[in-house]
Design a protein around this ligand. Sequence first.
Ligand SMILES: [Zn+2]
Length: 225
Amino acid sequence: MLTHDDVLTLFHECGHGLHHLLTQVDELAVSGIHGVEWDAVELPSQFMENFCWEWNVLQHMTAHVDTGAPLPRALFDKMLAAKNFQSGMQTLRQIEFALFDMLLHTSHDPAVDFLPLLHTVRQEVAVMHPPAWSRTAHTFSHIFAGGYAAGYYSYKWAEVLSADAYAAFEETAAADGTPSAETGRKYRESILEAGGSRPAMESFKAFRGREPTLDALLRHQGMAA
Ligand SMILES: [Zn+2]
């Protein structure tokens, strides 16, 4: 009786759990998720969410409460379409917030009104512009009271990392969709076992053999073929 959203949360938190459980680091401060940079700590968790959007996975873990029939493919396709609805707009919104946050906490003079800064950022990236009386920024507590100061970008960046990591599984899966055990082993050793014992970028490169690219995220969110 779990909703798809519940299952996403379960897989997400399970990713954090695996990060802790599979650690090979004995120093608590850098084992598991400890000591992993803020902008990479959601990689293992968001990575797991991808499985909830795999038809091969979902059809085997769903059953109608009365008939026991798995989730119909047509319904799955609709869920997928709804997931990517306006994903471009969502991305621009996150980029707008991230840029504003970054500039506000780096180059902006605190004595100067910050609304014109937000306006400048919007001129650069926004497609839809809110009315002039909008004061959204004044209640953007994430970056003022939530500890995200100059770190709001980490939401989008973690998506880039997790999508690109998951793409390694897509690239090496068997024809019937079965994930590669070898890729799984490499992911476990490079990312999960290492925890915060080295820079997250080093772990990522150990797994992927290169720095992250945007391609997989754009594809997963329906913005690229
Ligand atoms: Zn999380």
